[in-house]
Ligand binder design. Structure first.
Ligand code: FES
Length: 76
């Protein structure tokens, strides 16, 4: 079975979202969800609609070989 090559780079993950803040933190109150499913950009930091995922992780993954994706929050 071929082994997957993992490339780790020592550079910032966040290219430009809320860079004036020491730490970008978001929160969701689950009881306030009004949609059955919401996708949050939790890993690629390239969404144009941050904190929501806009699919930009697909382009990032193709360009870098990375495998990041959104955090899905589902209404119970
Ligand atoms: Fe960042 Fe989808 S756009 S996870």
């Amino acid at each position: 079975k071929p082994r997957r090559t993992v490339v780790v780079r020592a550079e910032a993950i966040n290219p430009g979202i809320r860079k004036t803040e020491d730490k970008v933190v978001g929160s969701v109150v689950i009881a306030e969800l009004n949609k059955p499913l919401t996708a949050y950009c939790s890993r690629c930091w390239r969404s144009g609609t941050f904190p929501l995922c806009d699919g930009s992780h697909v382009k990032h993954n193709k360009a870098t070989g990375d495998n990041v994706g959104p955090l899905l929050v589902k209404k119970q």
